[in-house]
Write a new protein. Structure first.
Length: 202
């Protein structure tokens, strides 16, 4: 899509390189290898999907930037386990009772509403109202589905691995709050999309 200078043209390539370097570094000696695998399978699948579809459909640089946020944050969470990411300065600054890095990760999942809306708009697959509603509801459905997967993994794995993957940290409303964070991220992304100026392809 972008046809400007070299920085604009190769922005996704640069992001891919940065992410790959971060992923390789954080793949070394994670806190819990089994949890690392469970957290990184979706990261690997999303990254490979973006790589292999790049020549078929190139998203805007803003969309790639937003998608990279989740890839990087989730990779960090997979290395430390989300409950144990060094995030104490935020916890102490706001007086939180738990590590909220996982909320930040869930909020960034919502950013994928932007590329969904971009794809539907540029391909002329829906009218604007449907684009926004579908993009929002797609993220909300994904959020609910992921909470079910977390529940299933926690039951199957059991023990410390199950607890760390679930990452509730004693919060009885963890699943609901995670889904709210996903939704708020999606709303934020769609507001950005509204003012991005992205239109249907010619």
């Amino acid at each position: 899509m972008p046809t400007g200078n070299a920085v604009t043209r190769y922005f996704p390539h640069g992001l891919a390189g940065i992410f790959t370097a971060i992923w390789l570094i954080l793949a070394i000696n994670p806190v819990m290898r089994d949890v690392w695998w469970a957290e990184n399978i979706p990261v690997i699948l999303v990254f490979l999907a973006l790589v292999f579809t790049f020549k078929i459909f190139r998203f805007s640089n803003l969309a790639y930037g937003l998608m990279a946020c989740w890839l990087i944050l989730h990779t960090i969470g997979g290395h430390y386990t989300f409950a144990n990411v060094p995030f104490e300065w935020i916890t102490d600054l706001f007086g939180f009772e738990r590590n909220h890095f996982d909320r930040l990760g869930h909020f960034s999942i919502g950013f994928y509403a932007f590329p969904i809306a971009e794809f539907l708009t540029r391909q002329r697959l829906a009218r604007p109202v449907v684009v926004y509603l579908f993009s929002l509801f797609a993220i909300m459905a994904l959020a609910a589905g992921y909470e079910i997967i977390e529940w299933w993994y926690a039951v199957e794995a059991g023990g410390e691995a199950g607890i760390e993957f679930l990452g509730s940290q004693g919060d009885i409303w963890d699943a609901q709050t995670d889904m709210l964070a996903d939704t708020l991220g999606a709303v934020t992304a769609l507001v950005l999309f509204r003012f991005s100026g992205i239109k249907a392809d010619n």
